[in-house]
Design a protein around this ligand. Sequence first.
Ligand code: NI
Length: 161
Amino acid sequence: MAILEVYAYPDDRLRNPAAEVTEFDESLGQLVDDLFETLYVTNSIGLCAQQTPDQRAVLVIDVSSDKSAPQHFVNPEILSASAPGLVEETCLSVPDYKASVWRKTKLRVRAQNRTGDTFEKDLSGMEAVCLQHEMDHLQGKLFVDRLSWWRRWRFRQKRAA
Ligand code: NI
C-alpha cells in the first residue's frame, strides 16, 4: 500500500481524461488499494486515479463516517440519473474551498470491479453525488467548472491573489 500524490488545482494534469482500463491485473488491484489508503489518510469521501499520477479510469468512494462502506468502480458509466439537488462539495484537488453544485441524487451505474466483473448498482444521496464528482475527474473536469460564471470568476480571483 502507498499514499499517492494528489494533484492540486490549477495543475494541468487534472485536465487529462482518464484511460479506459483493459488489464485487470495485480497492478490494478494495487491501484485500488492505494486509492483507498490515500482516501482514508486524507479523510475524504471520494478519490479518482486521475487526480494522481495514475491515469486509469478507476475511482473509490466511502461516504460513511467509520470507513465501513468502501466501493470501487472501474470504467464506470451512468445509465440513468434523476432527482436533482443542490449539494455542497469539496475536493482534495481544490483545497480550502467549498461550493454548492447541482447534482442528481439518484443514479444507476454500470462499472467493473478490480477483477473485471461487470456490475450494476443504484446509488442515492451523498453516494450518488460523490460518484458524479469523481466521474467528472475522469473527464478532466472539476466541480468548480460547474459553478455559475460569476462564482467561477470569484473563485479564480481568490486563487490568483
Ligand atoms: Ni474531487
